[in-house]
Design a binder for this molecule. Structure first.
Ligand code: NIG
Ligand code: FE
Length: 388
């Protein structure tokens, strides 16, 4: 048993405990509360210096494995060319697919590793990572193998998702058959993915096509989620609510009626403020979603095209400024609600029995984690009780 003491404020699930301590045994929280109430016996003690402690973040949405870059797109966009226009003429996501599909598993791991490291330094202990820059069954499986290899070499827990991103221009129907008959079954059989994600959008898949992928995912015991209402409303949100998918992500183009529909459902609404900042598109209606009863999560959406954001604390800081969340709602969005977006129940709060994943801030006041910009408010991250 190890006791972490001298915590100015401990943000446990529903309460903030002043002058707190946490006891950890076998990687789990054994006890937490006011330090004065501790009566147990600890084998070792660590003084956290009067700083605030929060649950470590869970990043519920990243595309951290890619090759190449999108700097030319960025420059073009800065001159007024739209993200969708670049995609429609065969660039954007398609250019990243061309680069990524050509790389070996080993190179993909080497490229992604420092990105995972940056997310961990920002306070993340659990990180979802998607495939989706593959385009063929082989290349998608290679991306998932890279994620599995990455999970072996980093301390963070990685949650792998098979993303059915965009259709090949020429062989759309053949690719759908290959996804349903080979890719999803093989990814499931080899334990390479926990969920299937589909990008529902004009330049990507229709709601009817997404339904086929969802049904196939479920037939192979995988969860389902959607990238939806990013630019246009093409039925993804309604499909996701009807199908009770785990999470609906993006939502920048949501209507007030759709906000009510999602708010009345159990599906997590995952918003990605890095995309609003980087692409200059509207902010997802985070405030309205919460007021409508939705469980709102926030992710970085780390990817080279729409959100080159390597920090969970910055994603939350942006959600407070751009999506109208309070600091407390922001913290929930990056912890317990983000866990729900991944179907996880063993992380996201500091309570007995949970994984001992927590972040020690530089500050004595936990609100600094969503306040400071351009500096890392996180001093140390502990995963299963070990400093990483
Ligand atoms: O979450 N919208 C689709 N997919 C990613 C972007 C991928 C890219 O631009 O490379 C997203 O925004
Ligand atoms: Fe995404």
């Amino acid at each position: 048993m190890k006791l972490f003491r001298n915590i100015s404020e401990l943000v446990a699930l529903e309460r903030v405990v002043k002058h707190a301590a946490i006891a950890v045994e076998n990687g789990r929280i054994a006890w937490c509360g006011p330090e004065a109430d501790w009566t147990g016996r600890a084998d070792s003690t660590e003084d956290l210096g009067g700083r605030a402690v929060i649950p470590a973040f869970i990043d519920p949405h990243t595309h951290a494995v890619w090759a190449g870059d999108r700097l030319a797109d960025f420059e073009e966009r800065a001159c007024g060319v739209g993200y969708e226009a670049i995609l429609a003429r065969g660039g954007g996501i398609r250019s990243t697919i061309a680069k990524t599909a050509a790389e070996s598993v080993q190179n993909l791991v080497a490229l992604a590793r420092p990105r995972i490291g940056a997310l961990m330094r920002s306070g993340a202990a659990t990180i979802e990572v998607k495939s989706g820059y593959g385009f063929t069954v082989e290349a998608e499986l290679r991306m998932l193998e890279a994620i599995r290899e990455l999970a072996r070499v980093v301390k963070a827990r990685l949650v792998p998702t098979l993303l059915i991103h965009i259709p090949p221009i020429e062989s759309r129907e053949d690719y759908i058959e290959a996804v349903v008959n080979q890719l999803i079954p093989e990814a499931a059989a080899r334990g390479l993915a926990q969920a299937v994600d589909v990008f529902v959008e004009r330049e990507a898949w229709s709601a009817a096509e997404a339904l086929r992928f969802i049904e196939c995912a479920r037939a192979h015991c995988l969860e389902a989620k959607l990238h939806t209402e990013q630019f246009h409303r093409v039925g993804g949100l309604e499909l996701g609510v009807l199908e009770r998918v785990l999470s609906l992500d993006h939502l920048e183009a949501c209507s007030p009626e759709q906000v009510q529909l999602l708010g009345a459902s159990q599906t997590v609404a995952t918003i990605l403020p890095g995309v609003t900042l980087h692409l200059g598109i509207p902010a997802a209606p985070g405030r309205a979603l919460i007021d409508a009863g939705a469980k709102v999560a926030v992710g970085t959406d780390l990817n080279p095209g729409s959100s080159p954001l390597y920090s969970m604390s910055t994603a939350l800081a942006l959600a407070v400024r751009l999506n109208g969340l309070t600091p407390e709602e922001g913290l929930r969005a990056g912890t317990v609600n983000a866990a729900a977006a991944l179907g996880l129940t063993d992380c996201g709060s500091i309570e007995p029995g949970m994984r001992a994943d927590f972040a020690v801030l530089e500050s004595a006041d936990w609100r600094d984690v969503v306040y400071s910009l351009g500096t890392n408010p996180v001093r140390d991250v502990f995963i299963r009780g070990e400093r990483v």
